[in-house]
Design a protein around this ligand. Structure first.
Ligand SMILES: Cc1cc2nc3c(=O)[nH]c(=O)nc-3n(C[C@H](O)[C@H](O)[C@H](O)COP(=O)(O)O)c2cc1C
Length: 181
């Protein structure tokens, strides 16, 4: 199965991408491939709320988000990996998450019940992100998709690009989560 890794970090060598690469090693053991999408490098329009999707029509935007949405509507699994910026996922991550609406809201489309979803949040400070993590698991994943949610990584104390390479326990957890796909 194809797993789409939606990476919300705008930075090169991001901790999010390093974690996703470890997950990919675990997922590969079960024959899955991960396709990475660095949202910052793509042209993805934010949802305009036009509700065309509610009428069974494709999203009005044909851009790099279209490939992601089409793959999800055709059975792909997903990893959403974002740093915390000002207490929440980045604008890049939220932009593609909002485009999930064009599947959820469309009577002709759905996510696959056989597909799986996982979440990665990275942050620098020991702030308490439990509530935000739980909210993000509940919605969009559990409430707004048919995918099976298989787990989340809450990775604190990573500030600069590459910091997570020093955290062997986190990399192992990422690998193990990847194996659950
Ligand atoms: C604009 C901005 C806002 C941030 N806000 C927070 C925050 O609210 N809480 C926190 O713990 N870290 C915050 N950080 C730190 C990032 O979450 C942290 O560096 C993270 O590991 C970046 O992940 P990445 O390497 O995948 O980009 C912020 C960083 C930036 C650049």
């Amino acid at each position: 199965m194809e797993i789409l890794a939606l990476i919300g970090s705008p930075r090169k060598n991001s901790n999010c991408e390093i974690i996703v690469d470890e997950m990919a090693k675990g997922a590969a053991e079960n024959g899955h491939t991960i396709t990475k999408y660095i949202i910052q490098d793509l042209d993805v329009a934010p949802c305009s709320g036009c509700e065309l999707c509610r009428k069974g029509k494709d999203c009005r935007y044909e851009d790099d988000g279209t490939e992601i949405i089409d793959k999800l509507a055709n059975g792909a699994s997903v990893i959403l990996a974002s740093p915390i910026y000002f207490g929440q996922m980045t604008a890049q991550a939220k932009t593609i998450v909002d485009r999930f609406y064009s599947i959820f809201n469309n009577p002709e489309k759905s996510f696959s019940e056989d597909a799986k979803a996982a979440l990665v949040l990275t942050h620098a400070y020991p702030g308490d992100y439990d509530a935000y993590l739980q909210l993000t698991i509940t919605q969009p994943f559990e409430n707004n998709t048919e995918m099976q949610f298989i787990g989340a990584l809450d990775v604190g104390d990573v500030k600069f690009p590459g910091d997570v390479k020093e955290k062997e326990d986190v990399l192992k957890e990422a690998y193990e989560l990847g194996k659950k796909f």
